[in-house]
Design a protein around this ligand. Sequence first.
Ligand code: X5A
Ligand code: ZN
Length: 645
Amino acid sequence: MGTALIYDDEMTNYKLLWVDSICNIEVPERLTVCYEALMRTGLADRCVSIPVREATDADILLVHSEEYLEAVKKTPYMTLAELMEFTLQYGDVYFHPNIYHCAKLAAGAALQLVDSVMTGAVRTGMALVRPPGHHSMRSAANGFCVFNNVAIAARYARQKYGLERVLIVDWDIHHGQGVQYCFEDDPSVLYFSWHRYEHQKFWPNLRESDYDTVGKEKGAGFNINVPWNRVGMRNSDYLSVFFHILLPVAYEFCPDLVLVCAGFDSAIGDPEGEMCASPDIFAHLTHLLMNLAGGKLCAVLEGGYNLTSLPQSVCQTVQTLLGDPAPPLGSLEGPCRSALESLHCVRSAHKPYWSCLKYAADLPASESSSKHDKLAEETKDKAEKETVKEEKVWPEPQKRVCPPVRAALILPDNVTCPAGCQRFSSTEGLDPATISKLREKFSKDGENNSSLTTLPSLVALVDKMENHEIYSGLALVQDVSMAMTCTVQHAAALFQRKTLLVQFSGNISDKPIGKYHVPVCLKKGCGDVSGFMHAVLSLLLPLGYEYDPNLVLLVRMPGCGIWDSVWQQLTGLLQGLAQGHTLILMQEEEKPCFVPTVSCLLGNAAPSLASLCAPLPEDTEEVEKLRYHLQTDWKLLQTTVSDLH
Ligand code: X5A
Ligand code: ZN
């Protein structure tokens, strides 16, 4: 169940040999700083180290043409002048006598990673490679890329392991047009890319990088482009796209494997991206993908050119793959106007293909004609920004806390504590006054021992989470409502803030919707998987991220009808909040669900859900209604520009 790390020094043994102001950022140090940071932080030692191999001709030919492969094969024997000449036929790339060797290792590293994950040697992993891959095309090198490492890996995985669906998430700041071209008409590979676009003013300046390129023929709907039309995008812009586009579609697609084109030029400080997302956002992006495909996730390095920000982002990614709690993001604002425009356009363009987007807002008819005005406006904005352009500074990500106890369980005596967890029954550290107060408050329970031991233990558990002695917890209790009341009262006093209550049920709530009270009334309670997952991804998660809780209290009401696998998804996803401080309350008779829940708390991925069918229209309507009502209070719920009013 480990995490693979694939790296080889050999891939630092090529560099730019002439003067070229475009290519001079793609340097060998990109790899060495990443690997050194992983060593220094002890992360490398916690990974399973897997050797690279050279991709074979057959591997490379899965994506590239024979003519192109033969041409690249000759580059090790070329003189400097011949290399420069050869390079000229391609865009924004350079060759070196050793780059062919490195390109074979880079593609081979991606394949080794796929093999390690697919054979079950590890659950996830990352390959640190040069040259990157996502710009290279069937017969062309491009954008520092020679062979398309991730595209080759996707075809290889499909072929060798018989996978039906592969999801490629490209969070690099450039459009991986090579990947797009490779899978344009292929519905078995869903390609998602966000990229700096600026209405086609940014490299590679392609018309087909815009939101309305959705794939061709059978592949229509399986290519998702999210163009960023302004620089300076922040954490909340990235998260909005995950909550309102990528995750709902990805859950509906139901991949067998997730590949990430893991470029970190989308982080702050990067000279190419000029974005403002912090390196720790990658912990969350990674976490949010880790419950798809049963947790089978392979991240392959693409871009990233700021030698400070790049290794920070890589460490955040790898540490999350290792299962450590995601760092707090602090307070998030809503997405910016330009991001909302992109969000709206993409959702509308993909409406015909995905049932989770069926009720997305249409674009106003004037959309395309208004583009030019926006362009003018944004160019002006940019010019203003340029005058104050200075070196970006940002704090180094905090060391992530990893409490010694991963999961503490409060259990009745007759239930055995699963391996890897700690049975918790402690009033240690609680002053006697607190205990007697609890007894007083919840005394109706006099005849059983809940108020005597369970409730004080719950309170003590919350305190220990706050002190980072314990990561997460689960209590099997006799009276789940009482346990919830007690825990909420204690937590509200401890954290000195309002509790956000999101309540899923099959009945219309008697209390009205308010900023801190969100009743989600689904037609079949939580019984319709698609409707429920839609509510989780596009309502609960954005609310949770914006609220930024100190603790997530997940209460399973008896007879709630949530399937184990769905409950596990919910548990897994919520662990991205509150640094993994999740406390689950379940009634004793819900015991069958107890072992699968504990497995998630221990960091195992939730099993994949079957491909989701369309949610019930009533449920989608309910979620849309709630998003509409709440979006003035909670900006991460917005998906259209007009939502602003
Ligand atoms: C992999 C990658 C960027 C190429 C930029 C060319 N390539 N201007 O980030
Ligand atoms: Zn890039």
